[in-house]
Write a protein that binds this ligand. Structure first.
Ligand code: CDP
Length: 227
């Protein structure tokens, strides 16, 4: 569909379907998909497992130097997040990580390391990356910037259903609290707060199913790429 390889940035609040859309776009366009949130989650998991006191600058730097994150296909053929060679895809989605990730993602040293790696991954273009600061900080020159939104109750329902289906013991209220907590920290932090880039296009998917949101995004991409 696209003759020239471009960068597509998908940003937005927690659980609004960014990764579903970004994965679907990458699959249709034969692009690489990068889940930048998984990288912040992997760093958080490392900090939890190794009891890193990240307020101590030396300890923080030392820990960051020991972290290597990769995306590879796991045994079941699905793309997984690997932390220092170990598949951590399931672990990073659990509530323990979700409850701490926004504090970790607000640390400038953490962001500096991950943004550098994300830019390397996108150097050849032909990439769809989702996150909070992709269109504003990581790829401010991205050819397409989508800002995804959905009503809060719908986002809570979607994430609650997802976690339940994975067998996590959790209440809807806990999911709601976590979403609100992360959205608040993500949009008020000093370094690279979550905000819509000036040239991003808002897509509200509250009433759209997976196929409809993909079609809407493809329409936007076609319009802007053929200008
Ligand atoms: O899937 P969900 O939208 O709930 O979150 P995620 O994309 O997995 O991101 C987890 C957390 O990582 C976010 O709440 C942010 O605190 C942080 N994050 C960030 O700061 N910058 C990014 N580019 C991506 C994620």
């Amino acid at each position: 569909m696209l003759l020239k390889k471009i960068v597509i940035a998908v940003d937005g609040y927690s659980s609004c379907g960014k990764s579903t859309l970004a994965k679907d776009l990458a699959s249709v366009l034969a692009y690489i998909y990068i889940d930048s949130g998984a990288m912040y989650r992997a760093v958080t998991l490392y900090f939890i497992n190794n009891k890193v006191k990240f307020h101590d600058k030396d300890e923080l730097q030392n820990a960051l130097n020991n972290i290597s994150i990769e995306f590879k296909n796991s045994i079941d053929g699905k793309c997984s997040t690997y932390l220092n060679g170990k598949d951590v895809e399931a672990e990073i989605r659990q509530m323990e990580v979700s409850s701490k990730v926004s504090e970790v993602a607000a640390i400038s040293e953490v962001r500096r390391k991950l943004v550098q790696e994300q830019r390397k991954m996108g150097a050849e273009k032909g990439i769809v990356m989702d996150g909070r600061d992709i269109g504003t900080v990581v790829f401010p020159n991205a050819e397409i910037k989508l800002f995804l939104t959905a009503d809060e109750d719908i986002r809570v329902d979607r994430r609650f259903d997802e976690l339940k289906s994975k067998g996590e013991e959790i209440t809807r209220d806990e999911v709601k609290e976590n979403l609100k907590h992360r959205d608040y920290i993500d949009s008020t932090r000093e370094d690279s707060p979550l905000m819509k880039a000036k040239d991003a296009i808002t897509l509200n998917n509250s009433k759209l199913d997976r196929k409809e949101q993909l079609n809407e995004a493809l329409k936007i991409i076609k319009t802007y790429v053929h200008q």
